[in-house]
Ligand binder design. Structure first.
Ligand code: PEP
Ligand code: MG
Length: 571
C-alpha cells in the first residue's frame, strides 16, 4: 500500500479501479519544408476544423454541464482566432522553413511560457488553455484528432497527468467515480469542471503516475486530498465505512428538503443560496434554497474574453429570477479587484489589491461597464423579486453615489419606455469594519444588509485571506469579528431592515446556532450546505441561543469560542 497527499478540490469519497489516461498523442515530427504557402494553407484549414470541433464542445457542455464550462471552449475558439498566435506561426513557417505542427507548437509554447511566468494564478492557468488548443491543432494536422479519453465502460477512477477541458466533457459521470491528476491547482479547469459535475477529485498528486497502473485499487477523500493505492483491508474498510456513512447522511438530510426552516421555538430562519453561474441553480433549487442571497456576477465577466453584453446579462438575470419563481434573488453587482481580475479591463497593477480599487470603487471607475450591468438588472427586475447588492462599501458617500447612478439608469430606461420594478430594493454588503461601525448611518440609506464575513474577517484582522502563512489569524470564530457581527445585526434591526450573511461563515454549522441567537434573518451558502444547515436550525431554539450569545462574546480567543460552540450544532 502507498499513500499520497494532493489538493482536494471536489469533495466526496471515491473507491475504485484505476484507469490511467495516457498522454494525448499530439506528438509530431519536426520536418523541413520548401512550400511555405502549402504549410500556411494547412494551418488555416486546421484552424477551421478546430473551430468546428470546439463549437460542438460548446454546445455539448452547455447542454450537459453548464454555461461556465461552455465558456471555457468559447475562450478556446478565441485563442484560435488570435492574430498574434497566427502571426507567430506564420513567422516560424516563413523564417525557419519547418512544418506547421512544429510552428504551432513553438508559437503556443512562446505564449504559454509568458503566461506561466506571471504571478496571477488565473492567468498562469491560461497557459494550460493555450497548450490544449495547440494540442488540438497538432492532432488535426497529423490526423490523430480523436479524443484520448480511454473507454470507460465500468466504474473507474481516472488518473492522469492532467485533464484538458476538452477531455473533461467526454467523461461519463455515470461510471467515473473520481479523478486524480498530477498537475493542476484549485483554480484549474479540471477542478472547476469536476466540482460542477459532482465528481470527487484531487489535483496536484505529484508522482502518482509512477506509482499506479490500470486496475490498481485507489481510495481517496476529495475534500482532504489524501489517497491510498492498493490499500490494505483496514484502510479499505475504513473508507467503505466513510462512504456508507456519507450515503446515509445524505439520505437522512434529504428528508429535510421539504421541511420548514424553523427553530424549535418557532423562529423563521431563511436559508438562501450563493451562486456564481446559472449552472448552479438546479442544485440550489434541489437543496431547497428559499432564495438567492448572493449572485457573484463577476464570474460572468471573468470567464469570457470581453465584458458580457446587456442582452446576455439580462437573459441570465431574468432566467435566475424565473427559476426562483418569485423568491428573493439578491444580485451583487460587479465585485472585481483583490484576487479577482479581468485581463481585458487593463487594470493598473496595485501594490495592495485588496486595499485598492475593488468592488464599488471599480464600478465607479468603470462606470460605463457598471451601467450596462445595472440596465440589465433593472430590466430583469420585472420577472421576479430581484434586489441589488453593492459590494465593498466603506463610506456613506459610496452608497449615495451608487444610488444616484442607479437613478440615472432608471431615468434612461423610463424615457425609453422600458419597464422595471420601481420599488427594487438596494442593499449593501457589510464587509469592511468601517461600514460595520457606521451601520446606523448605512441602515438609514439602504433596504438590507448582507454580512460578507470572508472580507470582514480579513479587514478586521488585517490578515490577507489568500496568504497561507498567516492563515492562523484568519478565523470566523475570532471575538472581534463576532462582536462586529452582533453590532451589525442589532443596528440593522434597530433601523428596521433585514440582516443576512453570505460569507462562508453563514454555512458553518458550528456558528449557525450562535448567529440564530443573534437574530440573523437570512443565511446564504453553497448548495451543498443547505440541508445540513436546515437540520441544525430545526434542532435549536432561538431564545435559548440568544442567552448563549453574551457568554460567547465574553470569551477571549477564537479557540475558546470554537470549543464553547462545539456542542450546539452536533447533528
Ligand atoms: C465576502 O466577502 O464574505 C463575500 C461573500 O464576498 P466574496 O467572497 O465574493 O469577496
Ligand atoms: Mg467580499
Amino acid at each position: 500500500m502507498e499513500s499520497l497527499l494532493g489538493t482536494g478540490v471536489s469533495k466526496g469519497i471515491a473507491i475504485g479501479s484505476v484507469l490511467v489516461k495516457k498522454e494525448s498523442s499530439s506528438d509530431f515530427q519536426k520536418k523541413s519544408i520548401t512550400d511555405v504557402e502549402h504549410e500556411w494553407d494547412r494551418f488555416q484549414k486546421a484552424i477551421e476544423a478546430g473551430k468546428k470541433q470546439l463549437e460542438v464542445l460548446v454546445q455539448q457542455s452547455r447542454e450537459t454541464i453548464g454555461e461556465d464550462e461552455a465558456q471555457i471552449f468559447e475562450a478556446h475558439i478565441l485563442i484560435l482566432e488570435d492574430e498574434e498566435l497566427a502571426n507567430l506561426v506564420k513567422t516560424q513557417i516563413d523564417n525557419q522553413k519547418k512544418n506547421t505542427e512544429w510552428a504551432v507548437h513553438e508559437a503556443a509554447e512562446h505564449f504559454a511560457v509568458i503566461l506561466e511566468g506571471l504571478e496571477d494564478e488565473y492567468l498562469k492557468e491560461r497557459a494550460h488553455d493555450i497548450r490544449d488548443v495547440s494540442a488540438r491543432l497538432i492532432r488535426i494536422l497529423s490526423g490523430t484528432d480523436k479524443h484520448e479519453i480511454p473507454i470507460m465502460d465500468k466504474p473507474c477512477i481516472i488518473v492522469a497527468r492532467d485533464l484538458l477541458p476538452g477531455e473533461m466533457v467526454h467523461i461519463d459521470k455515470a461510471v467515473v467515480m473520481g479523478i486524480i491528476t498530477e498537475a493542476g491547482a484549485k483554480t484549474s479547469h479540471t477542478a472547476i469542471l469536476a466540482k460542477a459535475m459532482g465528481i470527487p477529485a484531487i489535483v496536484g498528486a505529484e508522482g502518482i503516475l509512477e506509482k499506479v497502473k490500470d486496475h490498481d485499487t485507489i481510495v481517496f477523500d476529495g475534500e482532504l486530498g489524501n489517497l491510498f493505492i492498493n490499500p490494505d483491508s483496514d484502510i479499505l474498510e475504513q473508507y467503505n465505512q466513510k462512504l456508507e456513512l456519507l450515503k446515509i447522511q445524505k439520505k437522512e438530510l434529504e428528508s429535510f428538503r421539504d421541511r420548514a426552516s424553523i427553530t424549535k421555538d418557532g423562529a423563521d430562519v431563511e436559508l438562501f443560496g450563493n451562486m456564481a453561474s446559472v449552472a448552479e441553480l438546479p442544485g440550489l433549487v434541489e437543496n431547497g434554497a428559499q432564495g438567492i442571497g448572493l449572485f457573484r456576477t463577476e464570474f460572468l465577466y471573468t470567464t469570457q474574453a470581453s465584458a458580457p453584453s446587456e442582452e446576455e446579462q439580462f437573459e441570465i438575470y431574468k432566467l435566475t429570477a424565473e427559476k426562483m419563481q418569485g423568491k428573493t434573488v439578491i444580485i451583487r453587482t460587479l465585485d472585481i479587484g483583490g484576487d479577482k481580475e479581468i485581463p481585458y479591463l487593463g487594470l493598473d497593477k496595485e501594490e495592495n489589491p485588496f486595499l485598492g480599487c475593488r468592488g464599488i470603487r471599480l464600478c465607479f471607475d468603470k462606470v460605463d461597464i457598471w451601467k450596462v450591468q445595472l440596465r440589465a438588472l433593472l430590466r430583469a427586475s420585472i420577472f421576479g423579486d430581484i434586489k441589488i447588492m453593492l459590494p465593498m462599501i466603506s463610506v456613506i458617500e459610496e452608497v449615495r453615489k451608487a444610488k444616484e447612478i442607479i437613478n440615472e439608469v432608471k431615468e434612461e430606461l423610463e424615457s425609453s419606455g422600458i419597464p422595471f420594478n420601481e420599488n427594487l430594493e438596494i442593499g449593501i454588503m457589510i464587509e469592511t469594519p468601517a461600514a460595520a461601525m457606521i451601520a446606523d448611518s448605512m441602515a438609514s440609506e439602504v433596504d438590507f444588509f448582507s454580512i460578507g464575513t470572508n472580507d470582514l474577517i480579513q479587514y478586521t484582522l488585517a490578515c490577507d485571506r489568500m496568504n497561507p502563512k498567516i492563515s492562523y489569524l484568519y478565523s470566523q470564530f475570532n471575538p472581534s469579528v463576532l462582536r462586529l457581527i452582533k453590532h451589525i445585526i442589532d443596528t440593522g434591526h434597530e433601523y428596521g431592515i433585514k440582516v443576512g450573511m453570505c460569507g462562508e461563515a453563514a454555512g458553518d454549522i458550528r456558528l449557525i446556532p450562535l448567529f440564530v441567537g443573534m437574530g440573523l434573518d437570512e443565511f446564504s451558502m453553497n448548495a451543498s450546505g443547505l440541508l445540513e444547515a436546515k437540520k441544525v436550525v430545526t434542532q435549536i431554539s432561538r431564545l435559548e441561543m440568544s442567552k448563549v450569545v453574551p457568554e460567547v462574546l465574553k470569551l477571549k480567543t477564537a479557540q475558546e469560542v470554537e470549543t464553547y460552540l462545539a456542542g450546539f450544532s452536533a447533528i
